[in-house]
Write a protein that binds this ligand. Structure first.
Ligand SMILES: Nc1ncnc2c1ncn2[C@@H]1O[C@H](COP(=O)(O)OP(=O)(O)OP(=O)(O)O)[C@@H](O)[C@H]1O
Length: 244
């Protein structure tokens, strides 16, 4: 049995059907369909401006106007405020990291932590020893890599069932990207489901069970890493980066 058909038997955690999303009068998301099953890592790819971040925002209650169907763990969550969605286990690691620059590492984690979550602050320090050594350092004084670790740590201590990662490798040195890929693999091995927005195709190929391509606010392609590697025409049409 292939990995894809193994996954098809798993329960669906997140299901978006025909999601439409607007910023003011701009109709950005034009019928997005996304399914994430328990334990799956799905990568969302697309050019700059294709609608990746807007999709993440729509899934987590951060977009002012969204229509369509959005279910999490079988419950309709469309229109719920972000904290209610997070409470149910859908947690976003935002593109620009969303940490409080004047608060210490420990304070950043403590503000996000929820009792009963699968990951405690101590677990986060074990996962990221560099953060443990800097627990009294303000978030704004951390390196880019450390800020990314803190941002992921903040999401983990909320106790997610599905973690949404928006361009986690952006701006990081290659050696830090490698560490992040190892971490994402470890989180996946622990059973966590993830939706990963990532411009780095190698990273997506290395970790994802399934890849989706968004273009013009619509999912235009879905397949495995091997299928995308073979689909030169699809990559040329939908993934050429404007400022690569
Ligand atoms: N706050 C906003 N108000 C109005 N339009 C916006 C806003 N944020 C994004 N957009 C527009 O929505 C479209 C999709 O943007 P989005 O940020 O989702 O793209 P993306 O795929 O994440 O690309 P990138 O890699 O550049 O972040 C773009 O045309 C963008 O200009």
């Amino acid at each position: 049995m292939s990995a894809a058909s193994d996954n098809a038997a798993r329960p669906v955690l997140l299901e978006a059907r025909g999601l439409n999303g607007w910023y003011g009068k701009s109709h950005i998301l034009q019928g997005v369909d996304i399914t994430i099953r328990d334990g799956e890592l799905v990568a969302l790819l697309g050019r700059n401006g294709a609608g990746k971040t807007t999709t993440m925002r729509a899934l987590t209650g951060l977009l002012p106007r969204v229509e369509g169907r959005l279910a999490f763990a079988g419950e309709d969550v469309l229109g719920l405020p972000t904290h209610e969605i997070a409470k149910r286990g859908l947690s976003l690691v935002p593109e620009h990291r969303g940490i409080f620059g004047t608060l210490t590492v420990e304070e950043n984690l403590a503000l996000a932590a929820r009792s009963g979550a699968r990951w405690s602050i101590q677990n986060v320090y074990e996962m990221f020893p560099a953060l443990a050594g800097r627990r009294r350092t303000p978030g704004g004084k951390l390196s880019g890599g450390e800020q990314q670790m803190l941002s992921i740590g903040r999401a983990l201590v909320t106790g997610p069932k599905v973690l949404l990662l928006d361009e986690p490798t952006e701006g990081l040195a290659p050696v830090i990207v490698d560490r992040l890929v190892d971490l994402i693999r470890d989180l996946k091995a622990s059973g966590l489901s993830m939706l990963l927005v990532e411009q780095n195709l190698d990273v997506c190929m290395a970790v994802a069970d399934r890849l989706l391509i968004i273009d013009g606010g619509t999912i235009v392609w879905e397949g495995s890493g091997a299928e995308l590697a073979a689909a030169e025409e699809v990559r040329g049409r939908h993934l050429t980066l404007e400022h690569a």
